[in-house]
Design a binder for this molecule. Structure first.
Ligand code: AMP
Ligand code: MG
Length: 356
């Protein structure tokens, strides 16, 4: 298949003419990748089971991993759900449109092919102007997981999407780099107490301030044992992973950098292509010689964690490009946006964490 790439001129104010062909492809059951404020999504008509199947095929995604349905306005929610619990209503008022996905009991209109066989449906209303207008023009809810090959880091630029999806989908809308850089927060409101299933830019602290008590799916932090069933089926896969073996080093910044220097030194001495991930604040703690010998990346500023989230997946993909075999990466505090960052890094590292 020939994948068409359409560059959006002004991503804050996309013109309908730039989006109409993409909308038509979606309506006709085809696949279009598009930017959202979190990561690039791979869209298909959420009410068309055959279209949803194409998403699983293009991504190589396990079919028990449900898709998030994206809408452009609140009136599009009602047909997808059988009930809107009070907590869901509050969340919508506070955070939609935005980087929050809410799990509702599904209506009959939503096929099991979209929900991975579940009786619930995940819904999000993106704030990104390209995503929002595209969905409105398509006139159907758009199922859109991240537009990467399953298991690879999520795409945060159209080039990332191109690497994974060229030849497999009808169109890529190029809206430049995304803003946030990590996937949406997911909250399940179908139970007694709302439950966080995946951390994101809407933080646990923000959810608790709005809703009071919020539970957290143990799959977010702990390594998965075979008998564990995370409520978001996607959380059980290794996910977000670079090709290299990755180890996270956790501790006070000085000790953390010293340990990474030691481990990276050993790895280089063993003849391995070695990568180091640090931050602007800790860069100076690494000797210049090590910075030259290893693939050395700063992920952003610790004092502005949004910069870390923004660069996270691009840095992991960069390591794939240069064929690094072993990565050592600094850890972050597990609060606010750091919780989303650590969740992705822990998965990328396959739970290999060294504490100093
Ligand atoms: P992605 O689309 O790649 O961001 O992944 C979507 C995430 O949402 C996966 O982790 C899914 O398991 C989760 N998800 C989607 N629908 C549901 C649902 N009905 N219940 C629980 N988790 C869901
Ligand atoms: Mg994904």
């Amino acid at each position: 298949m020939n994948t068409k790439r359409v560059v959006i001129e002004d991503v804050k104010h996309p013109r309908d003419e730039e989006l109409l062909e993409a909308a038509e492809i979606l309506r006709a059951g085809g696949l279009v990748a598009f930017p959202t404020e979190t990561v690039y999504g791979l869209g298909a008509n959420a009410l068309n089971e055959e279209a949803a199947k194409k998403i699983y095929a293009a991504k190589g995604r396990p079919s028990d991993n449900p898709l998030i349905a994206h809408i452009s306005g609140e009136n599009e929610l009602r047909p997808l759900v059988s009930e809107i619990p009070e907590a869901g209503r509050k969340l919508m008022e506070a955070f939609w449109p935005g980087p929050l996905t809410i799990i509702f009991p599904k209506s009959e209109a939503v096929p099991y092919g979209t929900t991975g066989g579940l009786d619930t449906v995940a819904v999000r209303m993106p704030s990104d102007p390209v995503a929002n207008r595209l969905i409105a023009l398509a006139g159907v809810p758009v199922a859109a997981p991240s537009a990467n090959t399953s298991g690879r880091p999520s795409p945060t630029t159209a080039d990332h999407v191109w690497e994974d999806m060229n030849g497999k989908i009808e169109m890529i809308l190029d809206g430049g780099p995304v803003g946030i850089g990590v996937e949406s927060t997911i909250v399940d409101v179908t139970g007694e107490v709302p439950m966080l299933l995946r951390p994101g830019a809407i933080t646990m602290e923000m959810l608790e301030e709005l809703l009071g008590r919020v539970e957290m799916d143990p799959a977010i932090t702990g390594p998965m044992s075979p008998d564990m069933h995370p409520k978001a089926p996607g959380m059980k896969y290794r996910h977000y992973a670079p090709k290299a073996d990755m180890t996270l080093v956790e501790g006070e910044t000085g000790a953390m950098a010293r340990e990474i220097c030691r481990l990276a030194g050993e790895s280089l001495a063993a003849g391995k292509r070695t990568g180091i991930v640090c931050t602007e604040e800790t860069k100076h703690l690494y000797p210049e010689e090590l910075q030259r010998e290893a693939r050395f990346f700063s992920m952003g500023e610790r004092s502005r964690e949004e910069t870390i989230a923004h660069n996270l997946y691009a840095v992991l993909r960069e390591f794939d490009e240069v064929d690094v075999e072993q990565i050592f990466c600094e850890a972050f505090p597990d609060t606010e946006l750091g919780q989303a960052i650590m969740n992705r890094l822990i998965k990328a590292a396959g739970h290999k964490i060294v504490k100093v």
